[in-house]
Design a protein around this ligand. Structure first.
Ligand code: ADP
Ligand code: G3P
Length: 500
């Protein structure tokens, strides 16, 4: 009987589980979507029980597909990052819904911390910016809005975790309260140069240390599953935030290698090796991975709306039935119309970091129809990536000659990938394995189990599906980019002052 690693990929819109064999072949995929809650403007929540139940159901199906838990050499977990859960240590029950990374409810708290002069300390210690995106202000919000929670946290009765920690706690029957360093680096509470929780940051954000999990390497012993869950214990050997897992799955192990993942949001990650580069262009410095105690850093550009714009076409405007309809419609759009969408549905992320602006459409005419809106939505993802690449070029000039490795659900769309190459003016490589996030998580667990070899050998197995070469003439590219920047300027809440 074949042996596998089980990868659990807990994303923003769905929980997936799949099997990866010794030859990195993926099979046995199970996936469950779950409900998005939008209780107020700019608020986004998930029900932690639904996250657990969908993850568990997917994992159980995958284990059954493997012929039982005895054929699983280890479990790797990857997850939507920053999303914040606080639960009772005694019962494992969450005291509030998960506050999702996209949620903007703590914009005022971030502004107050900035006015109080904490922005530079946060930037220096964490590599992040003061923005509601990260976990710290979400934790404080829950403690200040759920009756008795702050006192209970001080007493050690409650536990905080990003989704990796929450799943680990549940999978191990409450025996493990740990996270990995990539997820920890997104809380705004970790000093990314020491790799430890920072008392200074805990004081700034008013978060009790008693809430926090232990911080571990990406491949290590995270404990074993409760035997009742899969009919016997299985070791959990790998954990990473989904964007870092995708960086590993894309084998971006060398400094200068760049990947961008197009899921609900889009996250471009550039490996910067042992150097933690402080961005001058409003990108994030973050941990790419840590193996055997050796830390590798990255620069990251984070965009909040990518595939979510396609979901808006489908679920909001109802002008497409399936996400895959959007590409052919964009291809059929009227070439004489310049419709531009600024998809600031929850504000804008890097490099603008404007939590208060909201989305806008420009250039509508009486002839504008679904095709033009579909093109505007897909093109907005490419243009946002252009802004990230420009910021990276500013921080690391050597990126100019780079190739972008693209993945995530939206990478299936040929029109988007071609337009991306055209706008960025660099080749875009799509690998055969589009499930790079799960592959990265599986690789970590397989490495820990001795099932997979060292990263250098894993990197030789990366395989190209298709390279998209830039084809657009420079004047056309420049015209589209100029229109985009004009549209962004008119959307920003600060009256149009551009950061670059
Ligand atoms: N063929 C396609 N064309 C355009 N967008 C797509 C296509 N297939 C999937 N998507 C988009 O990709 C996203 C799903 O990607 P996925 O990597 O599963 O996201 P997540 O991990 O954030 O849940 C959805 O937002 C969906 O709208
Ligand atoms: O669910 P995804 O793939 O859009 O990823 C979410 C990110 O981890 C948020 O930082």
């Amino acid at each position: 009987m074949a042996r596998y690693v089980l990868a659990i990929d807990q994303g923003t819109t769905s929980s997936r589980a799949l099997l990866v064999d010794a030859d990195y072949r993926i099979s046995g995929i199970a996936q469950h979507e779950f409900k998005q809650h939008f209780p107020n403007s700019g608020w986004v929540e998930h029900d932690p029980e639904e996250i657990w139940e969908t993850s568990l159901a997917a994992a159980r199906t995958a284990v059954a597909n493997a012929g039982g838990g005895r054929n699983i050499v280890g479990i790797g977990i990857s997850n939507q990052r920053e999303t914040t859960v606080i639960w009772e240590r005694a019962t494992g029950r969450a005291i509030y819904n998960a506050i999702v990374w996209q949620d903007r409810r703590t914009a005022d708290q971030c502004e107050a911390l900035s006015v109080a002069g904490h922005g530079e300390t946060v930037r220096e210690r964490t590599g992040l910016v003061l923005d509601p995106y990260f976990s710290a202000t979400k934790i404080a919000w829950i403690l200040d809005h759920v009756a008795g929670a702050r006192q209970r946290a001080e007493n050690g009765e409650l536990a905080f975790g990003t989704i990796d920690s929450f799943l680990l706690w549940r999978l191990t029957g409450g025996r493990q309260h740990a996270t990995d360093i990539t997820n920890a680096s997104r809380t705004a509470l970790l000093d990314i140069r020491t790799g430890k929780w920072s008392d200074e940051l805990l004081a700034i954000f008013n978060v009790p240390r008693a809430l926090l999990p232990e911080v571990k390497d990406n491949a290590c012993d995270f404990g074993s599953t409760d035997p009742e869950i899969f009919g016997g214990p299985i070791r959990i050997g790998g954990m990473a935030g989904d964007q870092q897992a995708a960086t590993i799955g894309q084998a971006c192990f060398k400094p200068g290698m760049l990947k961008s993942t197009y899921g609900t949001g889009c996250f471009a990650v550039l490996n910067t090796g042992a150097t933690c580069i402080a961005s001058r262009n409003r990108l994030l410095s973050t941990v790419a991975y840590q193996l055997d105690g050796v830390r590798t850093y990255a620069l990251e550009g984070s965009i909040f709306i990518a595939g979510a714009a396609v979901q808006w076409l489908r679920d909001g405007l109802k002008i497409i039935a399936h996400a895959s309809d959007s590409g052919p419609m964009a291809a059929a759009a009227d070439a004489n119309q310049d419709v531009t969408l600024v998809p600031a549905f929850v504000g804008l992320g890097a490099p603008y970091w404007d939590p208060d602006c909201r989305g806008a459409l420009f250039g509508l005419t009486r002839n504008t129809g679904p095709n033009e809106l579909a093109r505007a939505a897909l093109q907005s993802v490419c243009l946002q990536t252009y802004d990230l690449l420009q910021a990276m070029r500013g921080d690391c000039p050597e990126v100019s000659g780079a190739v972008l490795r693209a993945d995530g659900g939206m990478a299936a769309c040929n029109w988007t990938m071609q337009r991306l190459a055209d706008i960025l003016d660099i080749p875009v490589d799509r690998p055969t394995a589009l499930e790079t996030t799960a592959l990265g998580a599986a690789y970590l667990a397989g490495l820990q189990a001795g099932f997979y070899p060292a990263p250098e050998e894993f990197a030789t197995r990366w395989a190209l599906d298709r390279r998209f070469e830039p084809q657009m003439e420079a004047p056309e590219r420049q015209r589209i980019i100029a229109r985009w920047h004009d549209a962004v300027r008119r959307t920003l809440s600060n009256g149009g002052a551009m950061p670059m």
